[in-house]
Design a protein around this ligand. Structure first.
Ligand SMILES: Cc1cn([C@H]2C[C@H](O)[C@@H](COP(=O)(O)OP(=O)(O)O[C@H]3O[C@@H](C)C(=O)[C@@H](O)[C@H]3O)O2)c(=O)[nH]c1=O
Length: 184
């Protein structure tokens, strides 16, 4: 298992060791001791799993406001996504910057996104299934979002007219969100 830095402090790409044989493959998709060895020692309290039927489905950009902020360990079980983490730590020198990484069932890559980031992804192929562990429970009243097409973020999503939920079509740009709603 290896981890690779991204442009944003705290966000890591993880590549598990893949054991291939004549039947297929085997990976440890999470192991407390191995991830602690990589510096990811959060306790995960919830696992999430979503299916997006169409290519070009965009979910995001989502976060939970403090004190309910979530760290997320994201991977793809089927298909592929362009996965994005946006730094929303008000005191961060990289506030408002983002990283985008392709995660797929074929590359086995995972993205570790700690608390203090908004997260979103766009599917690259039909029937994409995404799974992620989170270190805080879901809290509907703390659920927040940033416009996927915020012109200041200018994220190069793979499609111009993604399939969105009603909620995701209505979020505002990061620059107009109150600092107390973000991460310290
Ligand atoms: C996120 C979440 C949603 N729900 C419910 C609320 C709603 O009825 C339904 C669908 O929720 P959403 O539309 O928010 O699902 P979705 O757009 O897939 O939201 C997810 O997007 C990605 C990018 C993330 O990073 C996640 O943390 C989460 O915000 O599921 C839960 O019960 N538990 C949860 O943890």
């Amino acid at each position: 298992m290896q981890k690779f830095k991204t442009e944003l402090d705290g966000v890591w790409i993880i590549e598990p060791t893949v054991h291939q044989d004549n039947r297929g493959f085997f990976i440890e998709s999470y192991s407390k001791r191995s991830y602690e060895g990589l510096g990811i020692s959060q306790e995960f309290v919830q696992d999430n799993h979503s299916l997006s039927k169409e290519a070009g489905t965009l979910r995001g950009l989502h976060y939970q406001r403090p004190p309910y902020a979530q760290g997320k360990l994201v991977r793809v079980l089927a298909g592929a996504i362009y996965d994005v983490a946006v730094d929303i730590r008000s005191s961060s020198p990289t506030f408002g910057q983002w990283v985008g990484v392709i995660l797929s069932a074929d590359n086995y890559r995972q993205l570790w996104i700690p608390q203090g980031f908004a997260h979103g992804f766009c599917t690259l192929v039909p029937d994409t299934q995404v799974s992620y562990k989170v270190d805080q429970y879901y809290n509907a009243s703390a659920d927040r979002g940033i416009a996927w097409n915020d012109p200041e973020l200018a994220i190069p999503w793979p499609v111009n007219t993604p399939l969105l939920s009603g909620k995701d079509g209505a979020y505002q740009s990061l620059s107009v969100i109150d600092q107390e709603e973000l991460f310290p």
